[in-house]
Design a protein around this ligand. Structure first.
Ligand SMILES: CC(C)(COP(=O)(O)OP(=O)(O)OC[C@H]1O[C@@H](n2cnc3c(N)ncnc32)[C@H](O)[C@@H]1OP(=O)(O)O)[C@@H](O)C(=O)NCCC(=O)NCCS
Length: 184
């Protein structure tokens, strides 16, 4: 059985980095979607981890971003231990963190991923020209979903930016990753 919990950074940080290395490979920091972590600081209360027999086997990380100045939660990376993939855990950990975002009153979720997979969880591919990502991006994979927002509330539009000063966020992320790696 898998238990889904909020992230406790001191307890889970190292295992999350190990899981990212195992699922995305050691070069995962180059991925565009991953670059959000250089400019934002994740939200451990909304992030969910999956624990099986005391081992961290899944994660859906969540970050604050802004779209045209509107606060939005960015979901990802999402990862499941290779030996447990295809059993519904990726969907479960994502849905748990979507519920957490909605319960906390956040209005919208954004992610970059395979539409065929994330449409099942209520995400829609953004309309052409609706968002401007900070780097090159295949816009057919950029998706939005309402959380606490009502179905009549239009999706936000505009530039994707980050709520923290970039220098401050980068310094925080570097310190976090250094801690995670030192703890290995
Ligand atoms: C992507 C990932 C999180 C999905 O988790 P999972 O537990 O394996 O997936 P689930 O069991 O919830 O769902 C399985 C379904 O999703 C589909 N699926 C999984 N990854 C997919 C992808 N990248 N693109 C399209 N479909 C995908 C499977 O084909 C399967 O489809 P089916 O139900 O029609 O058979 C997991 O495979 C993983 O960690 N992959 C490596 C990291 C990654 O690429 N993350 C992606 C987003 S950041």
């Amino acid at each position: 059985m898998i238990t889904y919990l909020p992230e406790t950074p001191d307890q889970h940080g190292r295992a999350i980095e190990t899981l990212f290395d195992a699922t995305f490979g050691p070069g995962h920091f180059a991925k565009t979607a991953e670059r959000v972590r250089e400019f934002s600081v994740s939200l451990p209360d909304i992030t969910r981890v999956g624990i099986q027999d005391g081992k961290l086997v899944a994660v859906c990380r969540v970050w604050p971003i802004l779209i045209g100045g509107t606060p939005v939660l960015f979901y990802g990376p999402i990862a499941v231990s290779p030996e447990l993939q295809g059993e519904g855990i990726g969907q479960a950990v994502t849905e748990e963190s979507l519920r957490a975002g909605e319960a906390a009153g956040h209005q919208f979720a954004c992610l970059i991923g395979a539409p065929v997979y994330f449409e099942r969880m209520g995400f829609e591919v953004v309309a052409r020209g609706q968002l401007k990502m900070p780097g090159p991006q295949d816009m057919k994979r950029v998706m939005l979903r309402r959380l606490a927002a009502s179905s009549e509330t239009p999706f936000p539009a505009g530039d994707v930016t980050f709520p923290l000063d970039a220098m401050q966020a980068e310094a925080t992320q570097r310190a976090y990753l250094r801690r995670a790696r030192l703890a290995k």
